[in-house]
Design a protein around this ligand. Structure first.
Ligand SMILES: [Zn+2]
Length: 240
């Protein structure tokens, strides 16, 4: 190799290093941007307990109007009573989860397997209706303070993904206007919210305005995905 060729090679090599350096730099910039974007990203998971019910179709219609998706935590007998609504929930892109058979903490925690057994029954009922499975669950009244640690551990070991909430609208005891006001008050300065509502008349009547507010505030209204790390009171990861 003569000296001219060596020089040329050196230039090519150093050019390559600069190019690689630029790519690494750009990757860093993109990563930092994504991280910042993710931190600022506003996401609301609307979670709807105790259905399905005579209100489910109306709820789905309102969600669709806003291109919103939600997560429904369903009680066993209600799935059996409203099988078409169970199908409709998932056909419209929402997520299905379970909310026990008894909805009764005395029965759920009778022994350390009772809660798991109830969710297994939910799974079976859901499979019979839809041919699909789900591992998402929510315990009645939340996973703290009532759930004994052994019951919680058994659920986790069985692969169930347990979700609690960080916005309790207390919709079961309030008027539509107060529910909307609660959502406005409790979501202040929170970018990631898991909102608890129920299939109640006053909640259905409030839902359209709740969704309008959340969209205007910049929240993406997403269904919970089973692959996500569950957010619950045990993991203490709801207030990010
Ligand atoms: Zn409930």
């Amino acid at each position: 190799m003569n000296s001219i060729m060596k020089k040329k090679l050196k230039i090519i090599l150093s050019g390559g290093v600069i190019a690689i350096g630029t790519i690494v730099c750009n990757v860093k910039v993109v990563c930092a941007y994504n991280e910042e974007y993710n931190n600022q990203r506003k996401i609301a998971y609307i979670t709807i307990d105790d259905g399905p019910s005579k209100y489910t179709e109306r709820i789905i219609k309102i969600l669709n109007k806003h291109n919103a998706k939600a997560t429904f935590f369903m009680i066993d007998r209600n799935m059996k009573n409203y099988p078409d609504q169970v199908k409709s929930i998932i056909e419209n892109g929402n997520t299905a989860g379970f909310h026990t058979v008894s909805h009764d903490i005395n029965k759920l925690y009778k022994d350390c397997n009772s809660a798991k057994d109830e969710f297994d029954i939910n799974m079976k009922t859901f499979y019979e209706i839809t041919g699909k499975e789900s591992k998402l669950i929510r315990l009645p009244y939340g996973s703290k303070p009532y759930t004994p640690s052994k019951s919680y551990e058994n659920l986790v070991e069985s692969g169930y993904k347990l979700w609690d909430w960080n916005i309790d609208t207390e919709d079961w005891k309030f008027s539509s206007n107060q529910i909307i006001q609660n959502v406005k008050n409790y979501t202040q300065n929170k970018n990631k919210v898991v909102i608890l509502i129920h299939e109640k008349q006053q909640t259905v009547e409030a839902l359209d305005k709740i969704l309008v507010y959340l969209v205007n505030e910049g929240y993406e209204l997403l269904p919970i995905d089973e692959s996500q790390k569950p957010q619950n009171f045990w993991s203490d990861n709801l207030n990010q």
